[in-house]
Design a protein around this ligand. Structure first.
Ligand code: 6R9
Length: 631
């Protein structure tokens, strides 16, 4: 499955388009299957219905753990770097990780978890998070990891949507100089979650917690009750592996569903080829396992390839802004995979903390989560890669399971701000608003895919129609990504950002409707409209236009703003807090009552010169008022 030259890339690509089934079957054969599949691919994008490796039986943890034991059982699988650099880091070999995953899988079983049950995981970035994820996969339970920054309400919504039976959490989490109470947030969430029978709590911060009799149990106590003998559950290739919630243009986050066989093949194939992973490489992906990047490129992709993956608990700026470089130096990192927002924030601090570390172990640099601007690209290239490490700008989504468009490290010629070319198996197409294909080069349009790859989402949990509506109905016969895209004269792809009502704040997807719903929950708020605007570090900032029931005085306005921020934090989490709140008396609406976001976006961007046609507005005068009060 390994591509080594540009020529091989072109051949692989050609093969993948001409005969996708034999292409992917050859790759899938390199994994360990209990029973071979009978049909490589069945698909239509109308229902949609996509099935890869039908009839094939496997367990992803046998591929990520057991099959490495003979050849590299004593190689490090996970290196854990704690929040506080003075605390010791931990190395888990493949054998140790296998042992711990089996033990925790037995804990889950002991607590009534069976194949197909959903388990919510709300944890800090500690090795036990990866262990819990893999333990679920070991016994065929479906994990739903919820990022540790989400609020009790967000956890409850996700638990209820998936009807989770068990929650795995910790007493608290360390992030920089903060201590975050996880268990008490889970307690708040569970007031409204009747499906949950057990809560398993790991000790991390020793923050006092209340343990509910009959429901709450300690991770450490439970481990004393089990052995390390846990045969893996036999799974069908199309059995569910996990659910991961992500924001879209409607208010409610969707549970994206990935299945065992296709996801495994795709995560491993892309990890190996995009980063040109070599045995022994130390891979440092700075994402949180609560996002898809962490699922595919901290846990499953690297482990399926037998790599060493770093799990970092802390933040890029604690105890100082040299932390990434400190970790790179300390653990001799070969592949560094991070987000443009982190690069931009570190750029601002200058070079002293870069220059006092040895970064010579680095071979490949990666970028993910949002478009990388030219300045950040060059800073990364010059100062971190010292102009000798290829940068792979990897474009993909929660729904795609793995990277779709990206250079292959040191194989594909890179171009700043371009994700460059589709990986083998990926057939991008640009369309106009009417779904008509835009052919040729030097064009831009809406980015779609016309053929499935093994990692594509199968459904949105509990609501297949929503999956169809969101991804497959806009342009019949195509998977619509929600992104705008340019294809230049060389056929290189550059992602220009979302074309729907989804914001990308510090690499996190946030739906404008979600933020509006949260703001509208505040008592004084009548209505609100949220848009994004360019932000130097976050990529996009959140700008909220808010109508209150009483026009607040200056003093009251400050208080109300604080209350609104507190409301958003409580309903969604701190990542969704607006950067700017402007009080207005009306919103620009069409006669049919639709908010004209285009106008609000322009004003938020500070560009009030050309607002386009405003004659269809119900009350054009509100635009002047909003312009005058713009922040
Ligand atoms: C992996 C991940 C997906 C959205 C996606 C796009 C943006 C991700 C990007 C990128 C430009 C890149 N995005 N990678 N935009 N260049 N290299 O981030 O998944 O959280 O689901 O976000 O992020 O807009 O549609 P997810």
């Amino acid at each position: 499955m390994r591509i080594r030259t540009f020529n091989e890339y072109q051949e692989a690509y050609k093969h993948s388009v001409e005969d996708p089934e034999s292409f992917w079957a050859e790759i899938a054969q390199e994994f360990q299957w209990r029973k071979p599949w009978t049909k490589t691919l069945q698909w239509n994008f109308d229902e949609p219905n996509v099935k890869w490796f039908t009839g094939g039986k496997l367990n992803i943890t046998e591929n990520c753990l057991d099959r490495h034991l003979l050849t590299q059982g004593d190689q490090p699988a996970i290196i854990w770097e704690p929040n506080d650099p003075n605390e010791a880091s931990i190395t888990l070999t493949y054998r140790m990780l296998h042992d711990q995953v089996c033990r925790f899988a037995n804990v889950l079983k002991r607590n009534g978890v069976v194949k197909g049950d959903r388990v919510c995981i709300y944890m800090p970035m500690v090795p036990e998070l990866a262990i819990a994820v893999l333990a679920c996969a070991r016994i065929g339970a479906v994990h739903s990891v919820v990022f540790g920054g989400f609020s009790a309400q967000s956890i409850a919504d996700r638990i209820n949507d998936a009807q989770c039976k068990v929650v795995v959490t910790a007493d608290g989490a360390y992030r920089g100089n903060k201590e975050i109470p996880l268990k008490s947030t889970v307690d708040d969430a569970l007031i409204g979650c009747p499906s949950v029978r057990k809560v398993i709590v790991l000790t991390r911060t020793r923050t006092p917690v209340s343990m509910l009799k009959g429901r709450d149990i300690w991770w450490e106590q439970e481990l004393k009750q089990v052995t390390a003998d846990c045969p893996a559950e036999e799974m069908d290739a199309e059995d569910m592996l996990f659910i991961l919630y992500t924001s879209g243009s409607t208010g409610k986050p969707k549970g994206v569903v990935h299945t065992c066989g296709g996801y495994m093949v795709y995560a491993a194939y892309t990890f190996q080829n995009v980063f040109q992973y070599e045995p022994g490489d130390i891979h440092f992906c700075t994402a949180d396992i609560g996002w898809i990047t962490g699922h595919s490129y901290i846990v499953y992709g690297p482990l399926a390839c037998g790599a060493t993956s770093i799990i970092f608990e802390g933040t890029p700026t604690y105890p100082d802004y040299g932390r990434f470089w400190d970790i790179t130096d300390k653990h001799k990192v070969n592949i560094l995979y991070t987000a443009p927002t982190a690069i931009r924030s570190l750029m601002g601090f200058g070079l002293d903390k870069v220059e006092n570390h040895d970064l010579s172990s680095l071979r490949v640099l990666g970028s993910v989560g949002e478009p990388i601007n030219e300045e950040a690209w060059h800073w990364y290239d010059d100062h971190i890669g010292k102009n000798r490490c290829p940068i792979v700008d990897t474009w993909w989504q929660t729904e795609t399971g793995g990277i779709l468009i990206s250079p292959l490290a040191s194989i594909t010629k890179t171009k700043p701000t371009y994700a460059t070319l589709p990986l083998p198996g990926i057939q991008p197409i640009l369309v106009d608003e009417n779904g008509k294909e835009i052919e040729g080069n030097g064009v831009s349009g809406n980015l779609c895919m016309k053929f499935p790859w093994p990692g594509i989402l199968r459904t949105t949990y509990g609501d297949h129609e929503r999956c169809r509506q969101t991804y497959f109905a806009t342009y019949p016969g195509l998977y619509f990504t929600g992104d705008g895209c340019l294809r230049d004269e060389d056929g290189y792809y550059r992602i220009t950002g979302r074309v729907d009502d989804v914001l990308n704040v510090s690499g996190h997807r946030i739906g404008t409707a979600e933020v509006e719903n949260a703001i509208n929950m505040h008592t004084g708020v009548v209505e609100s409209a949220v848009v994004g605007y360019p932000h130097d570090i976050k990529g996009q900032g959140i700008y909220a236009y808010v109508i209150t029931d009483q026009q607040p005085s200056d003093h009251d306005a400050d208080l109300t703003k604080r209350d609104i921020l507190a409301t958003v934090t409580r309903v969604i989490g701190p990542i969704a807090k607006p950067d700017k709140i402007q009080f207005v008396t009306g919103l620009p609406k069409t006669r049919s009552g639709k908010i004209m976001r285009r106008i609000l976006r322009k004003i938020a961007e500070g560009d009030t010169s050309n607002l386009g046609d405003t004659t269809t507005l119900l009350d054009p005068a509100v635009v002047d008022e909003i312009k005058e009060g713009a922040l």
